[in-house]
Design a protein around this ligand. Structure first.
Ligand code: ATP
Ligand code: MG
Length: 490
């Protein structure tokens, strides 16, 4: 049952807080099918293009207070660095992965800033959500008058493969950022994508909307690959037919492999010093690779050429007596990497492919093992979403290696999760495994051994306080009472 707070909803707003990119989307309850995304983030690096997602960067000032988020954070830090004024400022990126990679997660978990200095991650999540929330609210109030924050139902997307601790971490961060817990729902990223797939073009729609159709959704993001498999039920809702699964196989691992290569070529000391002292040139390395990576296709790209800044050449010379050509020779990679002119490096397709292969090999193995299960025999459609899913190389691998299924990549695959999250707030779910349901906690109530179980009546009371939900269960036969334990940080 929807709580009172939710029943007042005039708008559903979803935040997709991604490892690499974040954004929000919303729709008004009088017109739920019109989903609006924020369109006015300027792409960084001086570009005048407007985009719907912004990189998940947080910039703190020297007093460790929030200063900027996204492209603005990246640009400001780079320009501070240009004038040598960035000391004391702290830039954080890719910190969402800490929630997946930490075994015994607590609120004290730490992440490193761009210069390797540690800080607690929790406040960074809070600041990010607060920023998105305020940005959203400003966008709505520009569009509508008389709007109150209490009119909004917030949806926050989380990877399906996260454990309950990680989900709880995210929930607490949102609540600390000022979101009323009664108006907050966590939604699983691949499930949001499944919901959004209802809006696929007519050519593909049947594959996911016809009663009984079964399909797999692969959300391939920056950090993780999240996989879910659903069946369309007669009433139009979705039933999970395979538990959500996945792993750390996102696009950032291609970047990591590239950076490892640069470390080998120029030396770790040179790359570290470049990051600390020539921030702008370091950002250029990242931006240029991001750009080149996006169009990489083994069938069409013969080589990948990148620029080497004068600062990197100088630093490499400072720390090594060998020239770049000699280093390439020593590493025995002169058949795949060559220096072009004074300031360019040319990588052969074979080596670029190897950077993509490691995460994608693991993904392929996982997809094949799921699809080989007997209960998956009616799954003939795979829908690929998420930014990394837009890679021509990735699409080619799936098409050629997973036979007997049709691969669908929706247009704007990177926005599918976000848009689907606005439509994913199912009320009155039938089963706890239905989309939109999440485990918040458990109640342990002792039953009487003397009375048959079917005769023991249990009464459940939900109490909605100011900040948290309280659930009480009473065994009417024994009078025993128990309260719900929230599944936080266990
Ligand atoms: N055309 C493309 N080719 C290759 N990689 C791409 C392409 N477009 C985007 N990417 C990569 O996809 C990733 C971003 O995808 P997305 O925005 O779905 O991730 P995210 O939501 O930030 O991460 P996650 O869902 O894992 O938290 C980045 O690593 C980006 O470099
Ligand atoms: Mg994502």
């Amino acid at each position: 049952m929807a709580s009172k707070a939710q029943s007042n909803t005039m708008m559903v707003a979803a935040f997709d807080f991604g490892t690499t990119y974040s954004g929000y989307a919303y729709s008004f309850s009088h017109d739920p099918n019109t989903i609006q995304t924020n369109q006015n983030w300027y792409a960084g690096g001086g570009a005048s293009r407007l985009v719907s997602l912004t990189p998940t960067y947080v910039l703190l000032n020297p007093k460790e207070r929030f200063d900027k988020f996204g492209f603005e954070a990246e640009d400001k830090y780079a320009s501070l660095a240009e004038g040598g004024k960035h000391h004391g400022w702290r830039l954080f990126w890719r910190f969402k992965m800490v929630l997946h990679s930490t075994k015994h997660l607590t609120k004290d978990v730490e992440v490193e800033d761009f210069c390797g200095k540690k800080m607690k991650a929790f406040p960074l999540f809070v600041m990010s959500i607060k920023y998105l929330k305020e940005h959203l609210f400003a966008a709505i109030t520009r569009q509508t008058t008389g709007f109150e924050e209490t009119d909004i139902l917030y949806v926050l997307t989380v990877p399906a493969i996260w454990d309950d601790n990680a989900k709880c971490f995210m929930r607490e961060a949102a609540v600390t950022a000022g979101v009323d817990p009664r108006r907050l729902k966590l939604a699983l990223e691949p499930e949001c994508a499944s919901v959004q797939c209802e809006t696929l073009s007519m050519a593909f729609k049947g594959a996911v909307t016809v009663q009984g159709s079964q399909f797999m959704v692969v959300d391939l993001g920056g950090g993780t690959a999240d996989i879910s498999v659903h069946e369309r039920k007669a009433d139009g809702t979705l039933k999970e037919i395979h538990i959500s699964s996945g792993g750390p196989w996102g696009g950032i691992f291609v970047d990591e492999n590239y950076m490892k290569m640069l470390n080998e070529l120029f030396g770790e000391k040179a790359i570290t010093e470049l990051r600390k002292t020539e921030m702008n040139d370091y950002f250029d390395v990242i931006r240029e690779f991001e750009h080149k990576k996006r169009s990489f296709d083994t069938e069409k790209t013969n080589q990948l050429i990148v620029r080497i800044s004068a600062s990197l050449r100088d630093l490499a010379e400072k720390y090594s007596s060998k020239s770049l050509e000699e280093r390439i020779g020593t590493l025995q990679i002169d058949n795949v990497i060559a220096k072009k002119g004074k300031d360019k490096l040319q990588f052969d397709t074979a080596i670029v492919k190897a950077w993509f292969e490691r995460p994608i090999d693991l993904l392929m193995r996982h997809l094949k093992s799921i699809l080989a299960e007997p209960k998956m025999r009616s799954v003939h459609t795979v829908i690929l979403v998420g930014g990394f899913g837009e890679s021509p190389y990735v699409q080619r691998r799936i098409k050629s290696e997973i036979t007997g299924v049709r691969l669908i990549v929706p247009s704007e695959a990177g926005l599918t999760v976000l848009k689907g999250a606005v439509r994913t707030t199912h009320e009155n779910p039938e089963y706890t495994t239905d989309p939109g349901c999440e485990l918040l906690g458990t109640i342990r109530l002792e039953c009487s051994k003397d009375i048959p179980l079917q005769h023991q009546v249990l009464e459940t009371t939900f109490m909605f306080g100011d900040t948290e939900l309280l659930v009480k269960k009473k065994n009417m036969s024994t009078g025993k009472v128990a309260y719900m334990d929230f599944e936080c940080f266990k």
